[in-house]
Design a protein around this ligand. Sequence first.
Ligand SMILES: C[S@@+](CC[C@H](N)C(=O)[O-])C[C@H]1O[C@@H](n2cnc3c(N)ncnc32)[C@H](O)[C@@H]1O
Length: 286
Amino acid sequence: MEQNNEQQPADATLRDLPDAEYEQIRAMIYDLCRLSFDKDKKPLVQYRLGKRLRDLGFSSYRQYLKFVKEQDGGEELTILINALTTNLTYFFREPDHYDFLTETVFKPYAAGPRDARLRLWSAGCASGEEAYTVAMVMNESIPDLDRRDALILATDVSTRVLDIARRGDYPLERFKDTPAELRDKYFEPADQGGRARFRALPALTRLVRFRHLNLMDKWPMSNPMDVILCRNVMIYFDKATQQELVNRFYDALKPGGFLIVGHSETLTGVKHRFEHFRKTIHKKSE
Ligand SMILES: C[S@@+](CC[C@H](N)C(=O)[O-])C[C@H]1O[C@@H](n2cnc3c(N)ncnc32)[C@H](O)[C@@H]1O
């Protein structure tokens, strides 16, 4: 996975995460978010939490775990989740999915009745690039979009990345696969300290609602979805969790709706009710 080249902490006292404490952290993060950390992920966890321990002035993981458990309100749990989730993303990642949305979802919607509702959900949206890419493509494909009831819900368990998503302000690197004319149409320059940055304009931000949501909790949405994108999220879950989630996604979709997963993901080995539409795209029966 993307994060394996991270280094271990420099501080000698935090270099060793004892197995017993690693097991406790693994169990905690699995219970909270069902993220599965194998034994070989210990150096990664050590690296990510080592920084936090140093900031708090703790010299051992045992002290830190005591602090996490004693804390009222679970604020440190939120910080722990923020530290241990992998949030890599960028605009126009896996672009064939956006071509699919244009041809199979947005153009037919644009040709249909103006009072129809359209709902898409970016589940595990990280810092928002996926949701804003959907918004760009939607705006390009539906000429009278501002007079229609079309919205994108974007959720994540990490409050850290949701803050970035809500600010909508990104470094140039995140646009490496974005056509320059789209970047310049939907973002304004927001350079900082001599580094090129771009901020999303209201034409995009008005189409997206960012919300904090752990996919393992009860979902508050009352209206069924037309499309759910859950890309590069389920790779971090075990098969039993994937199966549970895929079936909940099925129930959350309208008949004829679509579930889109990441290019490296497959529903093989997962019992589900979807029709195979094309690779990584699954359809709920009409
Ligand atoms: C690698 S990012 C994927 C971003 C985007 N979907 C993409 O494909 O570029 C995975 C995201 O899933 C989120 N995630 C992991 N477990 C989650 C859970 N239980 N509930 C909600 N989001 C979760 C992480 O916080 C992270 O931001």
